[in-house]
Design a protein around this ligand. Structure first.
Ligand code: AMP
Length: 184
């Protein structure tokens, strides 16, 4: 079982309650299964939902902060905290402190973090489980675009082995655990 999972997700809640619901569901599953949530440390939006649910379910949380964005309200009692001077270093911290990554619905920050992991694996970084939580079909467009990249010859046709895309937190966690056992 994967022990430490980095979650990338919106610092906003999005327009549907389903997004926050899915974030809470994932957080609760992480906590209940004794895993550590590694995340960007912000106490807003889906980031807040997933981290509070993980803590409430008895999970451990690691916050990877950017120095300039840190606010006292982001501090979570009991969480392990790492502070980085730049966005780039923080992104690497999220990867270094986790064994797998999941992107929930989010905006450009989420897409940036997801792309970083995907691109690094393509360039030869050790493969790691990577998942996209497709709540309410939020990532259908991205999935279609990734297929288009492969069809047009800009991405390996084996891209499905790099990323798991599922609509439920439970299904995604299972797919990532299965993937981890194949990678090892
Ligand atoms: P976005 O999807 O644009 O809302 O950005 C969310 C992602 O970027 C998260 O996974 C965080 O790691 C990072 N991020 C965005 N805003 C903040 C913030 N205020 N503090 C810390 N991390 C943030």
């Amino acid at each position: 079982m994967i022990r430490k999972i980095a979650v990338f997700c919106g610092s906003s809640l999005g327009s549907r309650p389903d997004y926050a619901q899915a974030a809470r569901e994932l957080g609760a599953l992480l906590g209940q299964s004794g895993r550590t949530l590694v995340f960007g440390g912000c106490a807003d939006g889906l980031m807040k939902e997933v981290s509070q649910a993980a803590l409430a379910a008895g999970g451990k949380v690691e916050s990877e902060f950017i120095q300039d964005l840190f606010r006292e309200s982001d501090h979570i009692p009991g969480a392990e905290e790492h502070i980085y001077p730049t966005l780039e270093e923080r992104k690497l911290g999220l990867i270094a402190h986790s064994d797998a990554c999941i992107a929930l619905p989010g905006g450009m920050g989420t897409l940036d973090e997801l792309s970083e992991v995907f691109a690094r694996m393509q360039l030869g970084m050790k493969k790691r489980p990577l998942g996209l939580l497709n709540t309410c079909g939020y990532y259908d467009g991205l999935q279609a675009f990734i297929s288009h990249m492969a069809a047009e010859g800009f991405l390996t046709k084996e891209w499905g082995s790099f990323i798991q895309i599922k609509s439920s937190p439970e299904g995604l966690l299972k797919a990532l655990d299965d993937q981890a056992s194949v990678i090892r």
